[in-house]
Design a protein around this ligand. Structure first.
Ligand SMILES: Cc1cc2nc3c(=O)[nH]c(=O)nc-3n(C[C@H](O)[C@H](O)[C@H](O)COP(=O)(O)OP(=O)(O)OC[C@H]3O[C@@H](n4cnc5c(N)ncnc54)[C@H](O)[C@@H]3O)c2cc1C
Length: 421
């Protein structure tokens, strides 16, 4: 069975559903294929405030409000000594609707976006695994797919969008995936019911907690129905060392994080420990003739700032605009389909630099802001996702000089100690 489309999107996660909705809305014949059956589980519950703008364009803000997801007003950090910083309320930075975001159960959130794509006119099918792409020379011109019941399909298309997340079907086929060698982290996580929850506005805060030796950090993300998502992140080789089961590794780190331990000790664990490793990578090329990558299929940084869904939505939106313009003028070249990527990769690169800062043991947000108060607003913009504006680069110029100075001061202090001894 063969059918022709203007645009086929692979993967019904936030990136794929966004692209499909916005392309279909322009009247292009669009097919969205998802291998799982909705609702399906996915990690990544905490949203960044600036997801609001793509969600608004998709027309789903009111639906999200109706679902009763926990509202996230702030983020809070707990240092390695256990000292809690005051929660940072996004509304204090910008008093606007976007500044209160959500902690979402991804099964429900992703299904809502998938159904929204159908409402905008896309042909959305779940339980349809894409098995390969069709090539005409170097141009991608369709896909092969298999339904869960075994039936096989061939679909032709002018454009194929890869939104298959970490599977990154196209980038893997074309050997374009590159792991960040200096960011090789793993995560172990699970869920608790009835754990401690703060009250009022603080109920929905994401909390990031260092362990006492700063070798790892925990996330605490409160969800609806009294559930909390709790995960620990550290280097692959340390966290997933041979002979130590994920539960043991998680519990060992928990001993080194009393501020996390007391929050969950009265809760009941729900479900198993889940593991993910080597999740930080980028594709060498964002697009080619007849194809384009969006969301995690294009690249993923790290869970620390909850930037994944934001970047998935944003790349889906930017790619959809390029696809619409390309279909209108019959130009589906690499240059047309990837024309948005330099701006996107620049913004993503800024968040990546902030990720590296977090893992630098000399870095401390509070100390840096005390030294460079002019960067407070810039740092908050980076944390909420407002990264597609000029002027943020200076943060990292000053940060590098400051971090070098920290190292020099420390070396001088230790050489003074040695000469005294
Ligand atoms: C440990 C961890 C914690 C995280 N925490 C957060 C967080 O708190 N906040 C946040 O914003 N982000 C977080 N993320 C990142 C976030 O989960 C992703 O960035 C986000 O889901 C990317 O969306 P996507 O649409 O690109 O991919 P996905 O959401 O992964 O969707 C891809 C879809 O493609 C489907 N698919 C795959 N292969 C095929 C195929 N062959 N055929 C058809 N369909 C296919 C999959 O079933 C899936 O539904 C976290 C990531 C990790 C690893």
């Amino acid at each position: 069975m063969s059918t022709a489309f203007d645009c086929i999107v692979l993967g019904g996660g936030p990136a794929g559903s966004t692209t499909a909705a916005l392309v279909a809305e322009q009247g292009h014949k669009t097919l969205l294929l998802e291998r799982a059956k909705f609702p399906r589980y996915h990690v990544g519950e905490s949203l960044m405030p600036d997801t609001f703008f793509t969600l608004e364009r998709l027309g789903v803000v009111e639906k999200l409000k109706d679902r009763g997801f926990i509202r996230k007003y702030s983020v809070q950090f707990v240092g390695q000594s256990g000292r809690e910083s005051a929660p940072f309320y996004f509304l204090q930075h910008r008093d606007e609707e976007a500044s209160v975001t959500w902690q979402v159960e991804r099964g429900e959130f992703d299904q809502l976006l998938f159904e929204n794509a159908a409402e905008k006119g896309a042909d959305c099918r779940d339980q349809m695994r894409v098995t390969d792409v069709l090539l005409d020379g170097d141009r991608v011109c369709g896909v092969k797919a298999k339904h869960a019941d075994g039936e096989e399909f061939t679909f032709e298309s002018k454009v194929v969008v890869d939104g298959t997340g970490q599977s990154s079907l196209l980038a893997s086929k074309f050997d374009l995936k590159e792991n960040y060698q200096d960011l090789r982290n793993a995560a172990i996580w699970t869920y608790y019911k009835g754990a401690h929850r703060d009250e009022g506005k603080d109920e929905g805060a994401t909390i990031i907690l260092y362990t006492s030796d700063r070798k790892s950090w925990f996330w605490y993300i409160p969800l609806k129905d009294d559930l909390v998502s709790v995960g620990v992140v550290s280097e692959n080789d340390y966290l997933l060392r041979r002979g130590v089961r994920p539960q043991e590794a998680f519990e060992e780190e928990l001993k080194r994080c009393p501020a996390m331990k007391w929050r969950i000790e009265n809760g009941m664990r729900e479900g198993d420990f889940k593991v993910c490793r080597d999740f930080s990578y980028s594709a060498k090329e964002p697009a080619g003739n007849g194809w384009v990558l969006v969301g995690d299929a294009l690249g993923f940084l790290d869970p620390i700032y909850s930037s994944g869904v934001f970047l998935a939505l944003k790349s889906g939106e930017m790619a959809a605009d390029a696809i619409h313009a390309g279909l209108e003028k019959n130009d589906l070249s690499k240059e047309q389909l990837g024309g948005w990527a330099p701006e996107f990769m620049h913004g993503m690169g800024l968040i990546r630099q902030l990720v590296y800062a977090f893992y630098n043991e000399k870095f401390n947000f509070g100390h840096f802001i005390r030294e460079f108060p002019q960067h407070k607003g810039n740092l908050v913009d980076l944390l909420v996702g407002r990264v597609f504006r000029p002027g943020l680069e200076q943060v990292f110029v000053d940060m590098e000089t400051w971090l070098e100075k920290q190292s020099t001061d420390e070396n001088m202090d230790s050489s003074k100690m040695t000469s005294k001894a």
